[in-house]
Design a binder for this molecule. Structure first.
Ligand code: GLN
Length: 251
């Protein structure tokens, strides 16, 4: 995989985190790449560096990575990457079980599950990291979402998907929907939480409006790599304004 961007730590006492973006060509819609930019910026504000790597189909999977980020994509994009995804699945499974923090949005959230049956009837096998199934429906679930979680407080984002996801018995949802649909049209569940994985349908991108989730990924990665995370103080008033603005809009 190619190093897309490297930023040295501003504070020489601090290290860098390696962030891997999965399939930025096919799986990066509705601003999902912004999630990587937020992680990089929140590291820079605290004096840490970042090395952003990209994995596209055919690339060699890197030896060591601290955070994995995957975005959404059209059903057709998911078909394009499925073979490569299966080829790197053993690495992804091992990293997930070992506790590597991951953020998986929409299309890659679906493919980290067991199977995705599209509305056209194509079955795209997932990699089974998350015990869930997705079925394409005739209705698209579109609009702003507000959901509540104990771990991250209120979560704000934007959904646009036809796949409806149902979690297996052992898997916890990320949040409970108070506005919008989330995983499916019935259950009022949004996303999934497993080990250090946060999986969600929400674009926007997600992290600019939800700094608590960004900092969970960063803290987890930094503690694993350096034994500690100096989280300094970050001014999140713009994020707060965006949350209020999005939350107030009619669906
Ligand atoms: N193709 C998938 C669906 O529509 C994912 C879409 C997305 O990533 N927004 O369900």
């Amino acid at each position: 995989s190619a190093a897309a961007l490297t930023e040295a730590p501003a504070d020489p006492q601090k290290g860098s985190l390696r962030i891997l973006q999965l399939y930025p060509r096919e799986m990066n819609i509705y601003g999902d790449y912004g999630n990587v930019l937020v992680l990089r910026q929140r590291l820079a504000w605290r004096g840490y560096g970042a090395e952003i790597l990209e994995h596209d189909a055919g690339d060699t999977f890197p030896d060591d990575v601290d955070i994995i980020v995957g975005g959404g994509g059209q059903d057709s994009g998911q078909e394009v990457i499925q073979e490569d995804l299966q080829s790197i699945a053993p690495r992804l499974r091992a990293l997930a079980e070992d506790g590597t923090p991951m953020l998986l949005i929409c299309g890659l959230y679906q493919l980290f599950g067991n199977t995705f049956r599209t509305y056209e009837g194509t079955v795209i096998p997932g990699i089974g990291v998350l015990d869930l199934e997705t079925r394409g429906g005739s209705e698209r679930l579109i609009g702003n979402v507000v959901a509540t979680s104990e771990e991250f407080g209120e979560i704000h984002g934007y959904e646009n998907h036809s796949g409806q996801t149902f979690l297996g018995g052992g898997l916890r949802p990320l949040a409970t929907v108070v506005k919008g649909a989330g995983n499916n049209a019935e259950e009022k569940h949004e996303g999934a939480r497993y080990r250090n994985i946060v999986a969600s349908y929400l674009h926007g991108s997600l992290l600019p409006k939800n700094p608590a989730i960004a900092d969970f990924l960063l803290r987890t990665a930094a503690e694993r790599k350096f034994g500690a995370f100096d989280d300094g103080s970050v001014d999140d008033s713009l994020a707060e304004l965006a949350r209020q603005h999005a939350g107030a809009r009619p669906r």
